[in-house]
Design a protein around this ligand. Structure first.
Ligand SMILES: [Zn+2]
Length: 156
């Protein structure tokens, strides 16, 4: 058995009206998008990093930059699928995700996000836990300037 940890954070781009906020592959309306070359899906990035924590093959950085900047692929699920390739015969048994932000309100979208992540990882929804907190506004994430996500992944 192995456990991987991944983290990511992005700031909101309040001036970008052309982009949507996407978290865990789910579109959130009525909220500013996150800044980044890709769709800036901070949750998929944290999951991708957690997978890299298990495979020891880093995707975010050089490989995702090549996909994004050279090939124009901004969909973060493509980076996630790239990370999955290196799991080989290892099977994901559980994913735990923790989000810190003031906005948007995460809890109403948790069922949609679990469904989306379950499809991407080919695991059941009851193997995906998602929690969210504002952290009492102690950090810039809790103050509404961006979103931070952590992910722990268990594989066997
Ligand atoms: Zn990111």
């Amino acid at each position: 058995m192995r456990v991987g940890i991944g983290q990511d954070s992005h700031r909101f781009d309040f001036n970008d009206k052309s982009k949507k906020l996407i978290l865990g592959g789910v579109v959130f309306d009525d909220c500013a998008p996150l800044e980044g070359n890709s769709d800036a899906d901070v949750i998929l990035h944290a999951i991708t990093n957690a997978i890299s924590g298990v495979t020891c093959v880093n995707i975010l950085g050089k490989i995702s930059d090549e996909l994004c900047l050279d090939k124009g692929i901004k969909d973060s699920s493509v980076y996630l699928l790239e990370a999955l390739k290196y799991l080989n015969d290892k099977k994901i048994v559980h994913v735990s995700i923790s989000i810190e932000c003031l906005v948007p309100k995460i809890s109403p979208k948790i069922p949609d996000m679990r469904k989306s992540i379950s499809n991407l990882l080919s695991i059941t929804e009851d193997s995906i836990g998602i929690t969210a907190t504002t952290g009492e506004g102690l950090t810039q994430f809790g103050q509404g300037k961006g979103i931070q996500a952590f992910c722990c992944i268990t594989v066997e």
